[in-house]
Design a protein around this ligand. Structure first.
Ligand SMILES: *Cc1c(COP(=O)(O)O)cnc(C)c1O
Length: 486
């Protein structure tokens, strides 16, 4: 333990019989606290080193307080402060929250939730040796892609498939494999930026390919592609406009037409679908989103999409398409740097297996379960919870049940909204704006933080993503709600 030198001097002068007793001397030492019976349970729970570290921090704070004229704290007070500090130190930073933002696939809140079967598969893969790259038939080295490739080709109709860390990696790897040192044509209407960090021009540069913009932001025609094709052109790229829609007097070239332009000149066409969904969502009453199956049928040579968007699986980037191109991608050294890990592959396999039974998919796949919840079901849930939430906000704000709109999120169907219901928390009186932000922060301080969204001077808690099994836990913690400090 290191004391500031002046307090060492003070302590010494007291030992030498100074007239005024030094209050610092009343503070216990780290070693004394470590053998104090009261600390034994803490050491048992957190380990000696972590507790010693917390003791040092609290003793330093106590010394500062004493030097500022305060009293030395009792050991019991120190003990409870150290207990709180130690608990805080081991509390995971990655904490569960209630996503009541109304955005089902919220990138900042972890996107898709895994179905139980996938979580169990992850657990098994993580805790036991598994045949990740081992061919159990021949007893020799295998290919990790072979675990999910048959399922992906069966579902999408593509010849071959491979999986990497996320869709940004899938796009980077595909471009680097097919178009390094060459030109890639992209419509100006499709030069997307997603989540602030995924920008087509930047990815293109990092992949070593040269972007050639064709057409205009609102209108791109076949002849724009045709006239831009040159000796260095390798690829025509179509990018799904994930987080916006170009509306009005617009024109774009269909995937089928783009494929025939490319193939007539011996070039390839690739489509970054972004979200992609392996099933036509309109069969569940949801808006349509393009599928990799359609892209493959339209003649696209390579399709990339995310695992944790509408597909409802783990974070992954999936590439499906022509065998020869997938082979080249697998041989690219970047593939090794971007490969998916065993837990991802375990989860992805389990999720893909669910797609073999589309009828029961809305019950089994959380993303689809949340998206297909009816407005009436959500309204009833809001009415059930109203009393508990009103009680927590008595004298602070008015709480009502209001209709609202959820969105899919993560770039799927950016302009579509799904009717839902919310608990609206609306502070009354003066300074209601400030109170609203104190409410919003107060909800984030709950044991399981509640994240809503602010609209029209109210905090909306859209209940679409509150699953029945978590409802009681959600309601119970409102008793602990406190308005956050200003
Ligand atoms: C979301 C998205 C990406 C990035 O996918 P990640 O899986 O987040 O890496 C790329 N392109 C499009 C069109 C997207 O919508």
């Amino acid at each position: 333990m290191s004391f500031p030198s002046h307090s060492d001097n003070q302590a010494r002068s007291q030992d030498e019989g100074s007239a005024t007793p030094n209050p610092l001397a009343r503070l216990p030492s780290v070693d004394k606290l470590l053998v104090d019976a009261g600390f034994a349970p803490l050491i048992e729970a957190y380990g000696r080193e972590l507790v010693a570290d917390c003791i040092r921090t609290e003793l330093a704070a106590a010394r500062d307080a004493v030097q500022a004229g305060g009293d030395a704290p009792e050991i019991t007070v120190l003990l409870s402060k150290i207990a709180v500090r130690a608990a805080g130190r081991i509390r995971p930073r990655l904490r569960p929250v209630f996503n009541l933002t109304g955005t089902v696939l919220h990138t900042n809140l972890g996107r898709a939730l895994l179905p139980e079967a996938a979580a169990e598969a992850v657990w098994r893969a993580a805790t036991r040796p598994c045949a990740l790259e081992y061919n159990l038939g021949g007893g020799e080295r295998g290919d990790r892609d072979s675990l999910v490739e048959p399922l992906l080709t069966e579902i999408t109709g593509a010849e071959a498939a491979t999986v990497v860390n996320n869709n940004a990696a899938a796009v980077l790897l595909s471009l680097n494999t097919l178009a390094a040192q060459k030109e890639v044509l992209v419509s100006r209407g499709e030069l997307v930026e997603i989540g602030g960090a995924f920008r087509i021009p930047d990815i293109m540069r990092r992949a070593g390919a040269r972007l050639v913009e064709v057409g205009t932001t609102t209108r791109t025609h076949a002849k724009d592609y045709e006239s831009a094709i040159g000796a260095r052109t390798a690829l025509l790229l179509k990018v799904h406009t994930s987080n916006y829609a170009v509306v009005g007097f617009t024109a774009s070239v269909s995937t089928t037409e783009l494929a025939s332009i490319a193939h007539a000149r011996g070039l390839s066409v690739m489509e970054d679908l972004g979200s992609g969904t392996l099933i036509d969502l309109s069969r569940y009453g949801l808006p349509r989103e393009p599928t990799p199956q359609e892209a493959i049928r339209a003649g696209v040579d390579l399709v990339t999409f995310s695992g944790d968007k509408l597909l409802g699986g783990p974070q992954a980037g999936i590439i499906v398409g022509r065998r020869e191109l997938i082979q080249r991608i697998k041989k690219n050294p970047l593939k090794r740097a971007l490969r998916a890990d065993k837990m991802t592959l375990a989860a992805l396999e389990a999720v893909l297996l669910l797609y073999l039974d589309p009828e029961r998919l809305p019950q089994r796949l959380p993303t689809l379960r949340l998206l297909t919840r009816t407005e009436a079901d959500i309204r009833q849930q809001a009415e059930r919870l109203l009393g508990a939430v009103q009680a927590a906000f008595a004298g602070i704000a008015e709480v009502t049940v209001v209709p609202c709109n959820s969105q899919i999120g993560s770039g799927a169907l950016p302009t579509e909204r799904i009717a839902s219901h919310a608990l609206a928390i609306r502070p009354a009186g003066k300074q209601s704006g400030r109170k609203l932000s104190r409410i919003e922060r107060g909800l984030r301080l709950l044991p399981i933080p509640v994240i809503g969204r602010i609209a029209d001077s109210a905090l909306l808690l859209d209940l679409r993503c509150l699953e029945a099994e978590n409802e009681a836990e959600f309601a119970a913690q409102f008793a602990q709600f406190r308005l956050a400090a200003d």
